[in-house]
Design a protein around this ligand. Structure first.
Ligand SMILES: Nc1ncnc2c1ncn2[C@@H]1O[C@H](COP(=O)(O)OP(=O)(O)OP(=O)(O)O)[C@@H](O)[C@H]1O
Length: 576
């Protein structure tokens, strides 16, 4: 029999019984599996420890221990004061140090609480001028640290009373379960609030620390909240509550940046939602402007600068495999190489506030997400596409553009272009088959949606570079585009890195290459700035194309992640 933990000479207890059980089981368990199961269960270490604890506690209870002293904390205080007066002795000094340590003080205070068996919370005394006729009130005491209380107040327009306007989910007020929306606030720390402005009360609260006593008249009971599925929104703008003049309580605000994923915990209030940063362990929610409110504010702030038609001294069919780009202008003639047939102006109906998102991971075997590169002319989109294609031609693919111009002798249908008649091209335009199209010297050029589908259906990652205004057309569940903004570095770095680079230009309509000019760099940087302001909320990744191989590795690893990891995408993309 194992040695007993409860001490020799003590009458056999539960622990001995447990220890003896396995040897008694054999005759009762007919099946060997049952026997092994029971042996393991009764031999379980955790169970033994629990029984040992149980035994000890019972033993302790039986002993009915009483405290020698019920005011150890006060005694320690007296002793340390006494010692302070005779501090010449080293031992005394040390003892005094120990007794004044916060941990020791807490320990002794806990000892006294247990010794006095006073476990009930200490309630504030009832007000002396308590009026029987008064509405039934509740007196609540909350202990506040530096964290805001998590409740906002307002003055009721009709009655003039100060009422609790909202309770922030997960905040101290909500966790207490004692304060509710609609409760009328009468006093804070004994100070009547009737004649005070909400801002003054907020100031009193902000300045208080420790226990705060509220006198409240309970409001009409709220209905029990219905458990709703979680809602996540991607923020499409930056928000700093400290800078927001409209927020009812700056401390209760939740700051976020464009691209932050927010869990919306309450949309009950039409103006201020309650939200948390996704994955944040802190349960406390903060106030953020509601979509409707933010849209209204942004609409009033407009108009913003819109992206002008890209001007470029280059006049060319752009880059690798003649990927199709629009609106190249010749600086001298100021004539569009292709006249864009779609509005390039910002769609004013789109006010970027929030986009509801959900996590999405590509199921194995499903088509890859379309990879879209956006950036100013000459920044290096074709160079990056070319490098990706060379790195893994089986994995990456590009679209083949359509044209209505006649095929040249050295060209092959479906290699450089798909050659179609002008009539058919126009019919396809009417049928919205083009992502982008344009006209140059009387011929049409364009990229079709079907050309993207063709690459994707081969099980390849389709690489596409487009003007940003067409992103809207591509942002659909079918393509789930991963939009990468290729951004130029500073002018100084452009000058350094593009010493040997060439852009295509066209003099007398003959395509040739020429070095970048300072003006090209300036235009690249300016266009990038406008693009980012106008379309930045649509970019899932921004890559600064400073050193080419660094930019390429960054893009490559971003694409790898997109292929393998779960990403936040518009919720509508996950329904199909
Ligand atoms: N990081 C870089 N360092 C040095 N040269 C670069 C870098 N990125 C691109 N280039 C060079 O800059 C020139 C323009 O690049 P590229 O044709 O890829 O631009 P693009 O963005 O595709 O422009 P467009 O849209 O007008 O075709 C090329 O000569 C390319 O080799």
């Amino acid at each position: 029999m194992p040695a007993l933990a409860t001490g020799a000479g003590h009458e056999p207890g539960l622990y001995e019984l447990l220890a003896a059980l396995p040897s008694q089981l054999q005759p009762h368990a007919s099946c060997p599996e049952d026997n092994t199961f029971l042996q393991n269960m009764f031999g379980e270490k955790g169970l033994h420890s629990l029984v040992k604890i149980h035994e000890r506690l019972r033993h302790y209870e039986e002993g009915k221990p009483t405290a020698v002293l019920k005011s150890a904390a006060a005694l320690a205080h007296e002793i340390s004061e006494e010692l302070a007066r005779k501090s010449e002795n080293v031992d005394m000094k040390e003892l005094q140090k120990i007794l004044t340590k916060p941990h020791m003080k807490c320990l002794l205070s806990v000892h006294d609480t247990v010794a006095l068996k006073c476990y009930d919370p200490e309630l504030p005394p009832l007000p002396e001028d308590y009026d029987d006729e008064e509405d039934s009130v509740k007196i609540i005491r909350l202990v506040k640290n530096k964290e805001p209380l998590g409740a906002t107040i307002r003055r009721d327009e009709h009655t003039g009373a100060i009422v609790v306007a909202r309770i922030m989910r997960g905040g101290p007020a909500a966790r207490s379960g004692l304060i509710h929306v609609g409760d009328e606030l009468k006093e804070v720390n004994g100070i009547p609030v009737e004649d005070k402005k909400p801002e003054e009360i907020i100031r009193i609260l902000a300045q208080s620390e420790g226990a705060i006593t509220f006198k409240l008249v309970p409001g009409v009971k709220e209905e029990a909240p219905v458990k709703e599925p979680k809602v996540f929104m991607k923020a499409l703008f930056d928000f700093d509550p400290k800078e927001d003049k409209a927020i009812p309580c700056k401390e209760a605000g939740l700051a976020f940046k464009k691209g932050s994923i927010l869990e919306i915990v309450s949309q009950d209030d039409a103006t201020w939602w309650q939200a948390k940063h996704e994955g944040d362990a802190n349960p406390r929610a903060g106030l953020i402007p509601s979509r409707q409110f933010q849209e209204r504010r942004l609409a009033l702030r407009r108009p913003v600068a819109t992206l002008p038609i890209q001007r470029s001294s280059s006049k060319r069919l752009s880059g690798f495999r003649r990927s199709f780009r629009l609106s190249r202008r010749d600086k001298k003639t100021n004539k569009s190489m292709y006249e864009s047939k779609k509005s390039e102006l910002y769609d004013t109906a789109d006010v970027p506030t929030y986009e509801e998102v959900a996590p999405h991971r590509r199921p194995s075997g499903a088509k890859y997400r379309l990879v879209v590169l956006v950036g100013p002319t000459g920044v290096g989109m074709n160079e990056l596409k070319r490098k990706l294609l060379i790195s893994d031609p089986q994995h990456f693919g590009v679209t083949i553009p359509h044209t209505s111009r006649p095929k040249k002798n050295h060209e092959t249908e479906g290699v450089e272009y798909h050659f179609i008649s002008k009539h058919l091209f126009e019919a396809d335009i009417q049928n919205n088959k083009f992502i982008e199209y344009g006209e140059f010297k009387g011929n049409y050029y364009g990229t079709t949606l079907d050309s993207v589908r063709s690459v994707l259906s081969k099980g390849k990652v389709c690489l596409l570079d487009v003007q940003p205004h067409v992103l809207k057309v591509l942002r659909i569940a079918e393509f789930k585009p991963f939009i990468v903004f290729v951004k130029p570095p500073s002018i100084e770095r452009l000058k350094e890195t593009r010493k040997n680079a060439k852009i295509m230009s066209s003099k007398d309509d003959k395509r040739s290459t020429r070095p970048f000019t300072e003006e090209d760099f300036q235009e690249m940087v300016n266009t990038a700035q406008v693009m980012e302001t106008q379309y930045g909320h649509l970019f899932e990744k921004v890559i600064v194309n400073d050193d080419l191989s660094t930019a390429f590795s960054e893009l490559r690893s971003a694409l790898k992640k997109v292929e393998t990891e779960a990403r936040w995408v518009p919720v509508s993309w996950t329904h199909s």
